[in-house]
Every structure is written in structure tokens, then in C-alpha cells.
Design a protein around this ligand. Structure first.
Ligand code: GLC
Ligand code: CA
Length: 545
């Protein structure tokens, strides 16, 4: 797309049907040969995203950071880390994205700062009970000498959620010890983040992805959880440090700020909650616009489970008037090609089918860099290459998330496949030689590639009046293991009333479409994740008519 300004969407807000592509800056493209992705690298590759046909880019953090947690440990919220470039590089990226018709969403990390943030350095230097300590959650320990942690909370990355400082007090960190939690009962914290939001809104960003949106307020008195498998119940059972009602007040404040800027700017919540209904509360009309649908992401490759998850998500969002969102991968989870193939089945077949299913659902979709190439998780990274604090804090018991963060293979035949230019330092994570067949360049030239499938699917999704947010989804009766639904736009829309039918075969045998759809006149599909033979839809295949 070569267009200039972003045209206002006449029918619905852009984000309600948007496809938003997540870029993990360290691993997208390296411009200066140090083996680490950076902002000028991203700018140079925005053409890939425009050709792919997405609406917006979400950038994971590129702020000043000691990079103990891939940049989710922010030392300065209003500056670019020198490793990624400069604020001028950011402005150039934003201008080029807008020129290409792509919106840009940046990450905001309000639950915790880096321990190298000016505030935490001050807090450590200040005495117990001081204003500097009150920006964080410092407490006396328990036990006779205070040498037991204040409560039984565990870090999401493993181990205790408390670390003791020199004068004997403890501070809370729900993630790494280098990520102290802020105290959102302190008004100064609110004011600081409001300024940070305005800083990026003034620069022209189109929105924010809110990191750990469910974590900012902790239950009164910091009560014990009562057991030690806390990581195992995140997203399932209530916890005193997640999804407390008080967080919603913060997002009502933020929404007012976001709405005070021209253009339709948005915020999307990373909110791990115990039910989809509780996740939907983050997207009330006066709070955030979207929330990631992790329930859908974690649903196994099963027709019954997927249908229940889709229905549950649509119902929960419908009840609050928000469009649903769908996501299969991000920088925190095993890539879905590998996840769906975990039982030995061909994961890529399922991943391609899942993509057509997902893109046919009502609402907005999030893609993660590399899924358009069908990249698998890299499961055999050597221990000394690993960077994720989850790996270190569990002594390697948890492999961590490095395997989905391996640099993008762009072109050429040897690693790192033009991730870096010319003679350059080794990439920050090694790129497998087997990715030679998966580069963007190779796939662009092949109409049967996963990249071509994504490009075509996104083009049809944009053009077809039955896709996107509006038209409701109606399930068709199908044999066990097969999903089929129709989406029908209203007849009187300018685009006409052509319905779209999506069928997915999740069984291990081909199914006859004549039987599934009870009609013989379907003709060839608009798009299929694999070749059909006659009226037979092969296993792990999806198609659109
Ligand atoms: C979010 C991020 C994850 C990070 C964590 C702590 O879950 O997605 O990458 O480690 O927050 O900031
Ligand atoms: Ca670089």
C-alpha cells in the first residue's frame, strides 16, 4: 500500500476489526550489525508489514533498560535505549509507518520499573518509611527477626516475590528481582504514568499495549495465598495480587487522557484473569479498548474446545459491547506451530488452519512476528545462549521464552538470513540453519507458502463484507471434530450481502464437504490452508467459501 494519510473508517472504528502485528524489537531487524534488532531496522522492514496487509504494529518495549527481562524492565519510560536507537529514530519509524498506512502501538509497563530506574535507586538510598520508598511496596519481614518474607507470594518467574535490602526491609517484585512493583495507591505514581502516556501521545503514537494490566493493585493487607503452586493457577483462580477491582479506576483515568487526543487512539490490556467475563471488564466503554484473548490462545486443537472458547469470548465481549480479539502467539508463549504439533502431528498444517479460522472470526486479530512465515519454536537453544529470567529463576526447569524470540529470517541461504547487514556480530540468539527454506524472500516467491497464505487471507479479510467485526457468526451443524460457520453481512450494506462460510476439519480423516454443508454447489474455495481433493477437506485443514 502506497497511500498517504490514514483515511477515517466510515462504518466502524479502525481497531474493531484491525489486524495488529507484534514486533519484538530485539529480533526483527538489525541495522548496525551488532546482532541486535533496532528501530532503524524495523523502519527498513515496514514494507514487509504493508505488503502483508496488517493495519497496525505493536512494538514491544524499546525504552532504556538493563534488559534483564527483554526490555520489560524499564529504566526510563521516555527515552529509547541506545541499543535500539534514539528518539529521532522512533519519530522516523512512526512517520514511515503512517506514510504506509500503518498505525503504531507502543508498550507501557506500569506494574513495575527496572531496579535501575531513578526512583528505585532513590528508594534504596532512602530510609524506611520515606517518600522515596512509598513509590514501591516495601514492608517489614515476618518472623521474630523479620527475616522471613512479608507474605507467601511467589514471582511469576519462579521463587519468592520478595527481596530483602541492606537495612532489612523487603520489596515486592511479582516478576524478576530487578523489576520492583510500583505502589499504585500512591498518587505520584499515577501522575508519572499520565505524563508518560502524554509524552508518547504527543509524539503521535496510535495507542498502547498495557503490560500486566491486571497487576497494579494488590489486595488490602497483602494477604497470603495459602499455597505454593501460584504460577499454576494464574489465569484460572483468583490471586490477591492480580485482577483486583481497584485497577479499573486507573484505566478510567487513562481512557480520559487517550480520548482527549485527536484520532482514534486505543489501549489494549494484557490482563490475566480467572474468567473471560473478568477479562471483559477491562474493555468497558470507559476503560481500555481491547484485551488479549489468552483463553483462545491456550485452547487445545479440538473442535469442541475451540467452539466453546469462541462462543464464550463472543458472549463475554458482547455483554459489554466490545469487539472480541483473537491471538495465537506472542513473545511469552511457545509458537503455535509447535504448540499444536506437540503430540507429533504436523504443527504447521494445524497452524495454517488455525490462521484461517482465527481470521474469519468477528473482531480484531493480533499476529506475532514470524508466524506469517510459519516459524516453529526453537526448542534446542544452548543454555549459554538463553536470556530469559524465567530460565535462570527456575534453574532451567522452565525453558523460558527465548525459543519464540529468535531473530527473523529475511533472505539469503545462511544464518542469520539478512537479519543483520553484511559482516556483522552474531545475532543475540542463534538462528537455526534449517530456516533457510522459511525466509520471507523464499516464501514471497512461492504461492503455496505460509507467507502467501497470510497475504491472501488478509487481503480477503479486508475486502470481504462478511469478515471483520460486524456480521454475526452462525454455526452450522457438523459431524464431531468439524467446525463450520457462516458470517452474513446485512443485505443492505453497500458492499452487498455475500456470506462467507468457514469450515475447519480437526479430525484425522478427510471429510466430505457435501455432507458437512449439505450442498453440492459450493465450487472452489476462496482460500484454503491446504489443497482440497474434489469435495474432500483433508485433516487439519480450513477453507473459506
Ligand atoms: C508481561 C510481558 C512479559 C514480561 C512480563 C513482566 O507478561 O508480556 O514479557 O516478562 O510482563 O513485565
Ligand atoms: Ca542493532
Amino acid at each position: 500500500m502506497e497511500s498517504g494519510d490514514i483515511a477515517p473508517v466510515p462504518t466502524a472504528a479502525w481497531w474493531q476489526a484491525a489486524v495488529i502485528y507484534q514486533v519484538y524489537p530485539q529480533s526483527f531487524a538489525d541495522s548496525n550489525a551488532d546482532g541486535i534488532g533496532d528501530l532503524p531496522g524495523i523502519t527498513s522492514r515496514l514494507g514487509h508489514l504493508a505488503t502483508l496487509g496488517v493495519d497496525a504494529v505493536w512494538l514491544s518495549p524499546f525504552y532504556r533498560s538493563p534488559m534483564r527481562d527483554g526490555g520489560y524492565d524499564v529504566a526510563d519510560y521516555r527515552d529509547v535505549d541506545p541499543m535500539f536507537g534514539t528518539l529521532a529514530d522512533f519519530d522516523a519509524l512512526l512517520a514511515e509507518a503512517h506514510r504506509l498506512g500503518l498505525r503504531v502501538i507502543v508498550d507501557i509497563v506500569p506494574n513495575h520499573t527496572s531496579s535501575e530506574h531513578r526512583w528505585f535507586v532513590e528508594a534504596l538510598a532512602a530510609p524506611s518509611g520515606s517518600a522515596a520508598r512509598d513509590r514501591y511496596i516495601f514492608r517489614q519481614g515476618s518472623g521474630p527477626d523479620g527475616d522471613e518474607p512479608p507474605n507467601d507470594w511467589q514471582s511469576v518467574f519462579g521463587g519468592l516475590a520478595w527481596t530483602r535490602v541492606a537495612d532489612g526491609e523487603w520489596y515486592l517484585h511479582l516478576f524478576d528481582s530487578s523489576q520492583p512493583d510500583l505502589d499504585w495507591l500512591n498518587r505520584e505514581v499515577h501522575a508519572e504514568f499520565e505524563s508518560t502516556l502524554r509524552f508518547w501521545l504527543d509524539r503521535g503514537v496510535d495507542g498502547f499495549r498495557v503490560d500486566v494490566a491486571h497487576g497494579l493493585i494488590k489486595a488490602d493487607g497483602l494477604p497470603d495465598v495459602g499455597h505454593t503452586n501460584q504460577g499454576g493457577i494464574i489465569g484460572r483462580d483468583p490471586l490477591p495480587y492480580f485482577d483486583q477491582d481497584g485497577v479499573h479506576e486507573i484505566y478510567r483515568e487513562w481512557r480520559k487522557i487517550i480520548d482527549s487526543y485527536p484520532g482514534e487512539r486505543i489501549a489494549v490490556a494484557e490482563a490475566w484473569t480467572s474468567t473471560v467475563e473478568r477479562a471483559a471488564r477491562y474493555v468497558a466503554p470507559d476503560e481500555l479498548h481491547q484485551a488479549f484473548n489468552f483463553e483462545y490462545l491456550f485452547t487445545p486443537w479440538s473442535a469442541t474446545d475451540l467452539r466453546a472458547s469462541i462462543d464464550g469470548s463472543i458472549a463475554a465481549c458482547g455483554a459489554i459491547g466490545a469487539p472480541p480479539t483473537w491471538v495465537l502467539s506472542n513473545h511469552d508463549v511457545q509458537r503455535h506451530t509447535t504448540r499444536y504439533g506437540a503430540l507429533g502431528a504436523a504443527g504447521l498444517r494445524r497452524a495454517r488452519a488455525a490462521t484461517l479460522l482465527t481470521m474469519a472470526l468477528p473482531g480484531s486479530c493480533y499476529l506475532y512476528q514470524g508466524e506469517e512465515l510459519g516459524l516453529p519454536e526453537v526448542t534446542d537453544l544452548p543454555p549459554d545462549a538463553r536470556r530469559d529470567p524465567q530460565w535462570f529463576r527456575t534453574n532451567g526447569a522452565e525453558p523460558g521464552r527465548d525459543g519464540c524470540r529468535v531473530p527473523m529470517p529475511w533472505s539469503g541461504t545462511t544464518p542469520p538470513f539478512d537479519f543483520s547487514p553484511g559482516e556483522s556480530a552474531a545475532p543475540w540468539l542463534p538462528v537455526p540453519a534449517s530456516w533457510a527454506s522459511m525466509t520471507a524472500e523464499r516464501q514471497a516467491a512461492n504461492p503455496g507458502s505460509t507467507l502467501s497464505l497470510y497475504r491472501t487471507a488478509l487481503r480477503i479479510r479486508k475486502e470481504h463484507p462478511a469478515l471483520g467485526y460486524g456480521p454475526p457468526l452462525r454455526w452450522l451443524d457438523t459431524p464431531t471434530g468439524v467446525l463450520a460457520f457462516v458470517r452474513e453481512p446485512e443485505r443492505d450494506t453497500a458492499a452487498g450481502g455475500a456470506p462467507l462460510t468457514c469450515v475447519v476439519n480437526l479430525t484425522e480423516a478427510p471429510v466430505s464437504l457435501r455432507d458437512v454443508l449439505e450442498r453440492a454447489d459450493l465450487g472452489p474455495p476462496l482460500l484454503a490452508s491446504d489443497r482440497l481433493s474434489g469435495d474432500q477437506l483433508p485433516p487439519d485443514t480450513a477453507a473459506w467459501w
